[in-house]
Design a binder for this molecule. Structure first.
Ligand SMILES: [Fe+2]
Length: 180
């Protein structure tokens, strides 16, 4: 289940309702999918065949279509990142820069863990959202953020897009951002 850490105060927010309420106050959508639906062999598998990716998408087809109907997504796919991903170090370095998109960035984690660093409202500042399997998050368009892996360095997630072109990263230069 997702947890939030507010960087300025080190305050942590846990519990589905509390996390959801905080994220809502920052205009970030948060939902949770039932991880028991996923066939057990796929819950801890980070190198996936096309058939296995299709099986994950089929498992969550009704959840995906529900989101798509509400929010206008047209296409979706599966992304996997792990030590088996070629150039993982370079990729992560590229990821770890604050940026924005003209579309919202939505991720539904189906295995592993990941973390979004998001610029909140002025009175909150940057906060981290740590995500585990079942967590669904949507960072709104034009909201500065980045995504990276956590210590286990493994993740499988569903991505949804209105148009893939809308998801190009625009660098967001913010001298107030402190990485650690
Ligand atoms: Fe992004």
């Amino acid at each position: 289940m997702a947890e939030v850490r507010i960087r300025n105060t080190n305050e942590r927010i846990a519990g589905e309702e509390q996390v959801k309420a905080f994220l809502e106050s920052q205009e970030v959508l948060y939902e949770h999918w039932d991880t028991d639906k996923l066939p057990e062999p796929l819950r801890e598998k980070f190198t996936l065949t096309d058939e296995e990716k299709a099986e994950i998408l089929a498992t969550y087809d009704s959840e995906i279509r529900d989101l798509a109907a509400r929010r206008g997504y047209q296409i979706w796919d599966i992304i996997t990142l792990s030590e088996a991903t070629p150039n993982i170090e370079e990729l992560l370095k590229k990821f770890e820069a604050v940026h924005t998109h003209t579309e919202d960035e939505i991720r539904a984690i189906t295995a592993g863990r990941g973390i979004f660093i998001i610029k909140g409202k002025d009175d909150v500042g940057y906060f981290d959202v740590e995500l585990t399997a079942g967590d669904v998050i949507s960072v709104p368009e034009n909201k500065p953020h980045f995504f990276t892996l956590m210590d286990n360095r493994k993740i499988v997630a569903v991505r949804l897009f209105i148009e893939k072109d809308g998801w190009i990263a625009e660098p967001y230069d913010d001298p107030s951002f402190v990485k650690a």
